[in-house]
Design a protein around this ligand. Structure first.
Ligand code: FES
Ligand code: FE2
Length: 317
């Protein structure tokens, strides 16, 4: 539990990597969900995530571990683990001891992202992630990616999208957007108007945001050009979160698309870097004093409670 926020780690799917960054045979140490983890890809193309510390004497398998015959070999005494975490071989033992397996995490790989399911009580996934049509479409550019580590929790990051007034006062949008949010089970669909200032005046646009828990969001912008942001926010621990942004633009001619893609990314990045000092220094108020010009913050907070186990829900009230 955090000292700063009345939340523990939320349940859901969260990004732990990009597909193109994990080759067959590659072993990567990770730190998410307040846990040390190791990720690797076997020759069948499947990405695996296991607890990182070897049950033998505790070596971190992500630091010096290697893949041999599709098994993860510990650098310390060469115990071998399969992708599902079971201990396959201890090269110098005649009998395998009990409890020699590693815990494995549920992984899904789609839309160019490697996603991991987290539930504090160990429950299996109870929803699936959608396929993003634009990904791998000939009509859309490949992702441009960026990531940040922010000293705050998922709840605060996600609330940003429904906080209409800050888009004008913090980010300088031409007017306060009109935002509405519709929750449906683990999904939240938000739409918002936007006003981009260009040399020929303010161009109105629309932002269409589909959120699936705290760990997967698609944001589609229309107006000047069609652009899309696929994003995730992965808890490192209760007070630190990694933000993953992947940008794509509908192709409209080579040079133009490249320029638009870059400008779009720079704009989102500019806004995020305005948000970060606010997020890192603010407090979370259980009972904020809201006014009628604020966005659907109450709708968002009610929806968000489902991702915390019982105790945290009570504390957050
Ligand atoms: S610590 Fe891993 S094999 Fe000994
Ligand atoms: Fe913001």
């Amino acid at each position: 539990m955090s000292e700063r926020f009345p939340f523990g780690l939320p349940t859901g799917w969260f990004q732990v990597g990009y597909s193109h960054e994990l080759e067959v045979g590659q072993v990567v140490p990770l730190r998410y969900f307040a846990s040390d983890l190791v990720m690797f890809r076997t020759s069948d193309g499947v990405a695996h995530v296991l607890d990182a510390h070897c049950p033998h004497l505790g070596a971190h398998l992500g630091h010096g571990g290697r893949i041999e015959d599709d098994k993860l070999v510990c650098p310390f005494h060469a115990w071998e683990f399969r992708g599902d975490g079971t201990c396959d071989t201890i090269p110098y033992a005649t009998k395998k001891p009990r409890n020699c397996d590693l815990s494995h995490w549920t992984v899904a790989e789609l839309n160019g992202l490697i996603m991991c399911w987290y539930d504090r009580n160990g429950a299996a996934p109870h929803w699936e992630l959608p396929t993003v049509e634009e990904y791998a479409s000939e009509d859309w550019t490949d992702y441009r990616t960026r990531r940040w580590v922010v000293k705050t929790c998922n709840q605060e990051l996600a609330e940003n999208q429904v906080d209409s007034a800050h888009f004008h006062y913090l980010h300088g949008s031409a007017f306060i957007p009109e935002c509405s949010s519709k929750p449906h089970e683990h999904m939240l669909h938000s739409t918002s108007t936007t006003g981009m200032t260009t040399p020929s005046g303010v161009v109105k646009g629309l932002i269409d945001v589909h959120t699936y828990g705290f760990g997967f969001t698609t944001t589609r912008f229309t107006g000047l050009v069609e652009t899309m942001l696929v994003s995730s926010a992965t808890p490192i621990d209760t007070d630190h979160t990694e933000l993953w942004f992947a940008f794509s633009v509908r192709k409209i001619g080579k040079g133009i698309t490249g320029g638009v893609g870059k400008a779009f990314m720079m704009e989102i990045q500019r806004q995020l870097e305005q948000d970060i000092p606010v997020w890192e220094n603010k407090v979370y108020l259980n009972r904020p004093v809201l006014c009628d010009g604020d966005g659907p913050i109450g709708v968002f907070r009610t929806w968000a409670r489902q991702f915390y186990p019982e105790l945290d829900q009570r504390a957050a009230k």
